[in-house]
Ligand binder design. Sequence first.
Ligand code: SF4
Ligand code: SF4
Length: 506
Amino acid sequence: MTVLDVERPLERGDPQSPGANGQFDLLEVPLLGGFLRWRWSRTFLQLPVLLLSLLMIAHAFFGPQLAPKNLAALLTWVHFRGLVVLVLLVGGNFFCMACPFMLPRELARRFVKPSWRWPRILRNKWPSIICLVGVLFAYELFDLWGSPWWTGALIVGYFAAAFAIDTAFERASFCKYVCPVGQFNFLSATMSPLEVKVRQPDVCHECTTKDCIRGRHDVNAPCGDQTIILSELPIIQRGCELALFQPRKVGNLDCTFCLDCVYACPHDNIGIIARLPGEELAGTGTRSGIGNLDKNAGWTVLTAVFVFGALLNAFAMTSPVYVLEQEISRWTGLRVEWPILGMLFMFGLIIEPAILLGTAAAVTQYWTHSKVTMWGIINRFARSLIPLGFGIWLAHYGFHFFTGALTIIPVTQNACRMAFGLDLLGKPMWQMGGLPESVVYPMELGFLGLGLLGSLLVCWRIASQFNSQAPTKAFFPWSVVIITLFVSACWILTQPMDMRGTFLGG
Ligand code: SF4
Ligand code: SF4
């Protein structure tokens, strides 16, 4: 074990410096690494996104109400979603890092200290599951992609909710327990190649202050003649507000890439380090701030919503869904949309996962003579579906993004014309769109193929741990589920698409 002088902060280039262990570390990259290690880098990234959000809100309420001509609708449903999944694929959870919803609460916390702790009964993923399903449902029911006004209202509501919750409750309660976008990013980030993690575990072993979780206190603060109690000194850099203790943190779940731990660690022992995407999904045991995923029903249900919601959301933008809705209306005599949509959601997010996951768990239990309960088996294997789920979101959001990426140019030109009465950015070039569908389709298939491969590999790892004597008996039922979902996703891709939010959709 390396013997360290824990009182002396390590310098870069120090023989004991964690940067010299051969792993790729984004914080070691010239310029970019220096920028990210700068204490205000997150605020620097959040500010332009906040300004853009304010612009989108203004355009949502006062701009044209035709979605393809409106910045709020176009940026939210075409560009933001597409860029989020692409950045998660090639980097990590950098969108949570640049999240603008956190800036107002940071400002408010300078004047008001939150005094409540998030209720114990809600310290789980159930509030965010309800929010995620609610957003998916509202998206379909109110045709949010086609309504700038409702999109603007959603953004304002999001700011209000984040502000209210985080000014009333301590720590990052909104991010950890409520935010549906955050949960989507956390699950997707399990497939990212970068992770905020400890560089050298030995350094943590010797560390006495654990500032990465407790926060860094101002040891120079005046304290009169009293005995100094470290925890009572003012905090000059907070530790992880999501309760992830670096030495025991595993993977990207619940990590917002806020880098508070990086700034707090006195030994410069945390980096943004390369790792194998998806590796964390097969891991067992207790994770800091999360617990044991094998015993956590909340994470499993969230995973099911993420994976089956990807199929449902993609299916809902195809033409056959309208035929299906009309058929349901004819059979049931219902004339309003919400109960029909409710039935589709009930089938897609409850009945279908229950049948597929329940059957796979029952077969696994029977073939392997396992004493683990069915629910325990589902908890363990459901994680193997995440790579495919992410592949489906990638294919879907990537499709909208790549086919409509350039539409932002004429919409911005038009917004400028409306705001100033002049063509300051030139006449709107409405003919601009994006890549043709014939080019994007193979990319979609590639994303799905990658997801399939990732899911099968993770499933094999889990099956090997579950039954090392005969892993194929545990692998087979789950691989059937994975392949069934993959074939369903491929079928959806071949259906005529409703080009939401772009001019291609008319
Ligand atoms: S990461 Fe945390 S435990 Fe490890 S050295 Fe830094 S402050 Fe100490
Ligand atoms: S402080 Fe917590 S949430 Fe922020 S980057 Fe570090 S581990 Fe992730």
